[in-house]
Design a protein around this ligand. Sequence first.
Ligand code: FAD
Length: 305
Amino acid sequence: MRNFVKSVTSNRGSGQDVRVSFEFFPPKTPQMEATLADTISRLSPLNPDFVSVTYGAGGSTRDTTRKTLEAVIDTGNTPAAAHITCVDATRDEVDAVVRDFASMGIRRFVALRGDPAGGVGSRYQPHPDGYQNAAHLVAGLKAFGDFDISVAAYPERHPESPDFATDIDMLKRKVDNGATRAITQFFFDNDIYERFVERVRRAGIYIPIVPGIAPIHNFGSIRNFASKCGTNIPDWLSDRFEGLENDPHTHALVAAAVAAEQVFDLVDRGVNDFHFYTMNRPDLVFAICRLIGIRGDSAGELHAA
Ligand code: FAD
């Protein structure tokens, strides 16, 4: 069962060969902006592979995504990746954003379809003059330049997908068009991830399938979000957070332990790239990185002290 990646040697806690990337979203208020600035200065000294910034459907966050990308670029040492979506936008509109981000020096994109205005679960209609889906968008990006392109993958199937075959076929189209990395939807059951990677490999897809790890800042919120995305919440996970609604300190300790346990188990299974959904908050991700042996440079050590 453990033969889906080359190495099965445990290097837990050594940081050896383990790479991380972080995801931020554009802040909506001055207070959220200040929190994000703190998060960027706290996490960028950990020398992530890249830091990505989400992009709202229909270009709704175009300006704030740009501003957040600038803040990442300003750190001077962290490669920035721009998410880009194609839902509810013409091809010309999407291309204009890509051109603008490229003019800032962005060379990495996370190419996504995006969810329709009604949110997860509502019916997707491609824009008549737009990119039809993420595979089409990847081809459009590749026509622009030799960008590093990541795409989304779904260990528990995309909610709109009738079966795994449809989902994996779409992933294959994205890879055939030039994607070199897939980042997964968050999940908590590593066996599900492992089975998914096996299916993907059997379909002849060999790019890294980087697990998306969601540290749990608020169990109630993540459970709601998980039900919309089709992410399974195992009973053991619910049990661990039961009764901690009004005990934020213990909740944070349990959350760090849960995420570290998940990452350690994946390291034992041979995984060495991790993408963290930071929710723009530094503490849990910083703690987990230390546990897996990622210490970063001295600036991070001093800041963390
Ligand atoms: P696609 O790969 O185009 O399609 C997703 C699935 O839909 C396919 O796998 C397939 O099952 C089904 N499908 C699509 N077309 C067809 C077809 N013709 N026939 C049959 N089935 C089809 N959303 C944002 O708005 N902004 C972000 O910044 C953002 N970042 C994300 C980052 C990650 C790592 C992930 C996992 C998701 C992110 N999302 C973001 C959410 C994403 O936009 C949604 O999950 C969206 O519903 C699907 O996007 P996709 O790129 O996977 O779409």
